[in-house]
Design a binder for this molecule. Structure first.
Ligand SMILES: Nc1ncnc2c1ncn2[C@@H]1O[C@H](COP(=O)(O)OP(=O)(O)O)[C@@H](O)[C@H]1O
Ligand SMILES: [Mg+2]
Length: 420
């Protein structure tokens, strides 16, 4: 498809308001690590001329409601140039109604040869962006495209595909090309998921040796270990555990996304699942001198998927360790109520602002804190935890305030083994 086609079939840009959606904010945080800006926008090409709008900017109060009408000459510039440096008074800025900043940088969002939209960053300082920034933006544009695609664009794809299915634009040759390309991308996504599942699996095997053998070394069974050696062995173990959790998270999510996760219920003592999760995590909480209390009714049997319940506990306790300062305290409680069994992980760590409570469960979301930078983090743990809880017909909730600790509560229907 050449750019002439694009000009014909995309009469306007549309923006979707992502303010409510921290996934996009997470994305902008990622971009910010690469290139600085005061405001950021994503404009998507309107796939079916519906008067839709898709925009995001860092200033929550700025609302843009209408589709951006852009002139033919601007279209030419937008589609022919890869990246642009703009000033406030440039025609393109006026058409986009960009007036808050004085210097702008623009890049195309595209996957392979399909142009999906534009990313615009603005900075208050005059002439802030230069050739130097362009050279940074170029390589990062493809990463950005990929991230955007992963987080939000699936919605746009769905719309594009729906428009195609509805036959709105069936006859348009250029759209056929887009349709084919989108299908290729979806196919590639499937391949990516399978690849991740395979690779993660292959990575776990050698890691288990690293963890196992470093543990054996630490015991001193094969010769005395001095303090320095002990310290290094402990570092190998904690790094190994971090890596293992990240690999597990990627593997678990790719399985969930591929809808390949099924429950295998059995009757087990919940204490066993908690103990096993704690055994794996012990080096991490020991290192931070965190006390972990287990409060579980005696002989507490549940009927659920053992491995998945353990994974839920592991993820929540791992977070509690991660986001609690040294010498903190974590309580893991398991109780029964009428219909459910309830697992609670409470910490006295940094806490979470109420406005993020609904958002931290989305894919890749990590709140900006010294901890997410310092500790290994994928932003997938809670997504998986929620999926696994819901798979059991349960629900997860949170009680937390900034600087006042967090409590994650998982309630799961206590299915009777007889009723399975
Ligand atoms: N116990 C907790 N205390 C404070 N913040 C938390 C806690 N658990 C999760 N969070 C916040 O929610 C985000 C998402 O959690 P998660 O999906 O497990 O990702 P990750 O642990 O890889 O950062 C974390 O990055 C953190 O900002
Ligand atoms: Mg986590």
């Amino acid at each position: 498809m050449d750019s002439a086609d694009v000009l014909n079939i995309f009469p306007e840009l549309f923006e979707v308001n992502l303010n409510e959606d921290l996934q996009a904010e997470g994305l902008f945080l990622k971009i910010k690590k690469i290139i600085n800006f005061d405001e950021g926008y994503i404009y998507f090409l309107n796939p079916n001329s519906a008067q839709l709008k898709y925009a995001f900017n860092k200033q929550d109060d700025l609302e843009i409601e209408q589709v951006v009408p852009f002139s033919a000459s601007s279209k030419k510039v937008l589609f022919s140039e890869k990246n642009l440096i703009l000033k406030k008074n440039d025609k393109l800025c006026k058409e986009f109604n960009l007036t808050n900043s004085n210097s702008y940088i623009l890049t195309k969002i595209h996957i392979k040869s399909t142009i999906l939209g534009f990313l615009i960053l603005g900075k208050k300082e005059f002439s802030y962006y230069s050739e130097k920034h362009l050279s940074i933006l170029k390589p990062c544009a493809s990463i950005v495209s990929y991230l955007i695609k992963d987080m939000e664009l699936s919605n746009v794809f769905k719309m594009q595909l729906k428009a195609l299915k509805d036959g709105l634009i069936e006859k348009n040759e250029a759209y056929k090309t887009i349709k084919e390309q989108n299908e290729k991308i979806l196919e590639a996504d499937k391949v990516k998921n399978e690849f991740l599942a395979n690779v993660s699996h292959e990575l776990r095997t050698p890691l288990n040796s690293i963890l196992g053998f470093s543990e054996i070394l630490a015991t001193g069974l094969y010769g005395a270990v001095n303090d320095k050696q002990k310290e290094y062995i402990s570092d190998i173990r904690t790094s190994g555990i971090h890596l293992l959790s990240m690999i597990n998270e990627i593997l678990d999510l790719s399985k969930i996304e591929a809808k390949a996760v099924k429950l295998v219920r059995s009757q087990f003592n919940i204490d066993r699942a908690v103990t096993e999760a704690l055994n794996i995590l012990e080096p991490l909480y020991d290192k931070k001198h965190i006390t972990v209390n287990k409060i579980i009714e005696k002989d507490f049997e549940v009927f659920a998927d053992y491995q998945k319940i353990q994974q839920i506990l592991y993820n929540l306790i791992n977070n509690a360790i991660k986001f609690t300062p040294e010498n903190g305290q974590i309580d893991v409680t398991c109780q029964k109520n009428k219909k459910n069994f309830v697992m609670t992980v409470h910490d006295n760590g940094i806490g979470i602002d109420k406005k993020y409570h609904g958002k931290i469960f989305a894919k890749f979301v990590q709140l900006d804190s010294a901890y997410t930078k310092k500790e290994s983090s994928t932003g997938l743990g809670l997504t998986i935890t929620k999926e696994l809880t819901e798979l059991h017909g349960g629900k997860i909730s949170i009680i937390s305030e900034v600087n006042n600790g967090s409590t994650f509560i998982v309630e799961i229907p206590n299915v009777s083994p007889l009723k399975k």
